[in-house]
Design a protein around this ligand. Sequence first.
Ligand code: ZN
Ligand code: ZN
Length: 163
Amino acid sequence: MSQIFSGGCQCGAVRFQAAHLGRPSICHCRMCQKAFGGFFGAFVSADQAHLTWTRGQPSLFRSSKKVLRGFCPKCGTPLTYHHPGGVELAIGAFDHPEFFEPQVQVNHDRRLPWIDHLFEKPAAADPEMEAAFAATESYQHPDHDTQAWPPNDNSPKDNTNER
Ligand SMILES: [Zn+2]
Ligand SMILES: [Zn+2]
């Protein structure tokens, strides 16, 4: 993939652009569960030479002797996985994560015991909850690059207009 993909953390303090991306994967290891606060980690391998931090930089945590994990120092969004062979980017941090369908499951034997049945669960259908979500006044950075962030406090707050 030589197309340029953009992404960043939830608050927008850290933004990146990347090209020449490799194989998307999920990893079930306990470290990825912790690092993401989730059920697994989701990464796409990247090319360091084609990875640019366009705003801010991730902070790094050394999770093991040879691995560093990058995250936004302001909002904590997991962003990177640095290993001796290269770097990977968190799929959910991309502006368009739908481009990166995982092709392989790493550490499959470490997966949570109920993970294989996760998506058999019914979808919640609660009109009150849906109304509350629809009324959310979001402070999350929009899914595209911005000239300045956060926007000027005098600008009108509008959760449907992502500029
Ligand atoms: Zn952030
Ligand atoms: Zn892992």
